[in-house]
Design a protein around this ligand. Structure first.
Ligand SMILES: [Zn+2]
Length: 94
């Protein structure tokens, strides 16, 4: 979603820049720069979106790891490893 948003910004900026440049550069130089700013914002948004996606993926995999480790004995509540078959405290089968 963020990626599409960034692309929209960049496209709009490109559109404004090219149009102001083609129509009358001297009078519309202000719009030309606004277009450039929009392109910069769009590019930044795309990059930020990609970075965010990568971190959320990392967090998800980390969360999965945590879920694997956070297994508890149903009898005594002792923390267990994922591959434990018997509880190390009370000895009951998991
Ligand atoms: Zn136990």
């Amino acid at each position: 979603m963020a990626r599409i948003h960034g692309l929209v910004y960049a496209a709009l900026g490109l559109f404004v820049s090219v149009f102001s440049w083609k129509l009358n550069y001297e009078k519309l130089v202000f719009f030309f720069y606004i277009g450039l700013v929009f392109i910069a914002i769009g590019t930044a948004k795309i990059i930020l979106g990609l970075a965010k996606k990568r971190t959320s993926k990392l967090e998800k995999s980390r969360h999965k790891e945590n879920q694997k480790r956070s297994k508890y004995c149903p009898k005594c509540g002792n923390g267990l490893k994922a591959d434990d078959i018997f509880c190390s405290r009370c000895g009951s089968r998991i």
